[in-house]
Write a protein that binds this ligand. Sequence first.
Ligand SMILES: C[S@@+](CC[C@H](N)C(=O)[O-])C[C@H]1O[C@@H](n2cnc3c(N)ncnc32)[C@H](O)[C@@H]1O
Length: 210
Amino acid sequence: MSGPQPFVFAAGAEIKRHAPATERNRDVIAETLMKVLPAQGMVLEIASGTGEHVVHFAQIFPGLTWQPSDPDPIALASINAWRADCAVPNVRPTMLLDASTDWPIAQANAVVCINMVHISPWAATIGLLRNAAGILPPSAPLFIYGPFRQYDIPLAEGNAAFDTALRQQNPEWGLRYVEDIVTEARDVGLMLDQIIPMPSNNLSLIFRFR
Ligand SMILES: C[S@@+](CC[C@H](N)C(=O)[O-])C[C@H]1O[C@@H](n2cnc3c(N)ncnc32)[C@H](O)[C@@H]1O
């Protein structure tokens, strides 16, 4: 999501949630993922949310198996409902996974995390990096998308307002500095490969396990 918008329920399906931002950002994210993801293998999605991204990406990338996850039982129910509704064969059943604790999965060929880093405690980002480094083979990508800060670049007005709103909602949330993430990533063997500017002042950060 590009702003502090609540999930809404899809008509006629109370369990299936809908985040309007996913419809706006899913194709531009998919275009970026095309340059990043391997042709085959398993992609672990962290913080799958409603599940709309994972069913969309699974249709665009039929050669990949997608493993959705989230720590929120309401999100897991929504993901499973979208999965059942779209009947995409290459989406696995959901996994209960909190990025900040040990992950119940031994290996993945890529890890994708969209719009979690700013809306969770810093421990979730540390856990994302540490656990991704533990399950990715050499040169495999960790893709992180969202709004960020950078030390030498003034924060766009919309992102500054979003950051304030997030911190008011939860003092442990807020836009993170790319440089801080890069430092933590390096400590666990993940090297920053690319920073890709995205619409609405978002960034895609691509790390690779060395
Ligand atoms: C803003 S939503 C983004 C959902 C989805 N990726 C999207 O872009 O629509 C944030 C998601 O992060 C998840 N989340 C929060 N804390 C987390 C954590 N510690 N580990 C994994 N996911 C977390 C929430 O449950 C929620 O689904």
